[in-house]
Design a protein around this ligand. Structure first.
Ligand code: FES
Length: 347
């Protein structure tokens, strides 16, 4: 063996250097587990009681968070101003945070202070355990339940069961009740576009005449009836549209959409079908619309189909026509939900 001692700098931290021919020992001595140290709660019943109270307090925080979130949902609607929306979101977020944080920290604290902390060694084995091992696992689980002391600690049992039982309400209540309409799934399918509603410029609200839209130009569009919407910001967020005029000979239109454009003018939802960023970067030469968030690219000349990126479906098209005064108007609402896909979408 060829081992050299690095002279080092005299501080005693010399390094031993092995060359390539140095044999590597086949086995290392198993250092074993360090000696077990009992925790305070293991030896002092008062410390155990104190830890139990702390766990109960954390579950109680979760319960308060869940109830608080539901109360905030019912009593503090998002309203129409950025300030009221911020306030509503803050209270909902705070309730959810306390609800989940309480359960998580209580479980960790419970495991660290009250449950068995004996080190266990498990040897690696094939994936399917033998029947004996499976039975042993059931025994271990039973032992764990016994260790947790849930049978003996009535208050703790009540706290954990209540916290876990209440938490799903933070999701279920808004979904089921649709109070305030903001989480009502049905509303995700519609916008305020209706037959005859004029397309107006965003943000000025000036109606757009077809004659004013020159080939290659792009308009950011909102519906004329926006001021009548009960939740204006929400309604605007869903109804925003990008209007583009192409040379009609560049346009490829599906058979069932032939009549949805006007003389090369097409209107598409501005909400990316990936996760909802505004798609607003239009490249005139290629007719491509780019989403700045994750670079999904849509071909405006071909039904706004996805040509690149993570989006999975084309931007929904708003069917448009021209009214008697030459202004662009919607033929109807979008015929499919705008924005990212969600669980009740049919396609
Ligand atoms: S949100 Fe548009 S690509 Fe992700």
């Amino acid at each position: 063996m060829s081992t050299q001692q690095n002279p080092g700098n005299g501080d005693g931290n010399e390094v031993v250097v092995h060359d390539a021919t140095t044999p590597i020992p086949a086995h290392f001595e198993n250092p074993g587990l360090p000696p077990h140290k009992a925790r305070q709660a293991d030896v002092d019943p008062r410390a155990a009681k104190r830890a139990e109270r702390q766990v109960v307090a954390l579950f109680t925080i979760s319960i308060i968070g869940t109830i608080g979130m539901i109360v905030a949902y019912a009593l503090v609607p998002p309203g129409d101003t950025p300030g009221s929306m911020r306030q509503s979101n803050f209270l909902l977020g705070l309730g959810l945070f306390l609800s989940l944080m309480g359960i998580g920290t209580a479980a960790v604290h419970w495991a660290k202070t009250l449950m068995n902390d004996h080190e266990k060694v498990e040897m690696r084995h094939t994936q399917r355990s033998s029947d004996e091992t499976r039975e042993a696992a059931v025994e271990v689980l039973k032992e764990g339940a016994e260790d947790s002391g849930i049978g003996r600690r009535g208050v703790l049992k009540g706290a954990v069961v209540t916290a876990l039982a209440l938490f799903p309400l933070t999701i279920a209540v808004p979904l089921v009740t649709g109070v305030g309409g903001t989480w009502n799934v049905g509303e995700l399918k519609h916008t305020i576009w209706r037959k005859g509603v004029r397309l107006t410029t965003d943000p000025a609200g000036r109606p757009i005449k077809a004659a004013d839209v020159t080939i290659g130009s792009v308009f950011h569009v909102i519906p004329e009836n926006l001021d009548e919407a009960p939740h204006k910001l929400e309604a605007k967020a869903k109804a925003v549209v990008l209007l583009v005029r192409l040379d009609p000979k560049d346009l490829t239109e599906a058979e069932d959409r032939k009549g949805w454009s006007y003389d090369g003018i097409v209107a598409y939802s501005k909400i990316c079908t990936h996760v909802g960023c505004p798609v607003a970067l239009y490249e005139q030469q290629t007719h491509h619309l780019l989403c700045p968030c994750h670079q999904s690219t849509f071909d405006v000349a071909d039904g706004a189909k996805v040509v690149f990126g993570p989006a999975k479906r084309p931007l929904p098209q708003l069917p448009i026509e021209v009214d008697d005064d030459g202004y662009l108007v919607a033929q109807s609402d979008f015929l499919e939900p705008v924005g990212p896909s969600f669980w009740e979408r049919l396609k």
